[in-house]
Design a protein around this ligand. Sequence first.
Ligand code: ZN
Ligand code: ZN
Ligand code: ZN
Ligand code: ZN
Length: 160
Amino acid sequence: VTCDCCMKSSFSGLRYKCLICFDYDLCQSCHDMKAVSSRHKSSHSMQCIPTRADMGILYSGEPSSSLVIQSFSCPHCSKMGFNSQLLADHVRTCHRDRISVEICPICASLPGGDANHVTDDLSQHISTSHQRPILELVRLFFLLVIVFILKLNKLQLLGI
Ligand SMILES: [Zn+2]
Ligand SMILES: [Zn+2]
Ligand SMILES: [Zn+2]
Ligand SMILES: [Zn+2]
């Protein structure tokens, strides 16, 4: 990752990714200076992401840094501190008639995720991609089991 303002590459500390401009990142100090460019305005929402260098610390269980990655910014109003569920609800209720496309702050924060995942329905995208699809599968499986048991009972009642 290169800072799009000072062009420093592989900086450490926090990185700030614009959720409006495609592939626009700032280092901590440029973000603090409220760096702008021809396309980027200081009013744009930014997602704060720990850099790879800090990811090591993050996954060895440092509690203060793991809070950072649980805190997503809304691409529309710059509000921060959402988890994936709250962000999906917030976008659905507060930004119903939005027209712009959105860069998913959760994909952008995930190590190995698609850093510039653009979607035109963020709440839909979050509920399909970031809310434990496993749980849905388990629910579906139980439903099938129940249907199967009911059918079995019916067959037994009929004496087959
Ligand atoms: Zn910079
Ligand atoms: Zn921007
Ligand atoms: Zn918002
Ligand atoms: Zn996503």
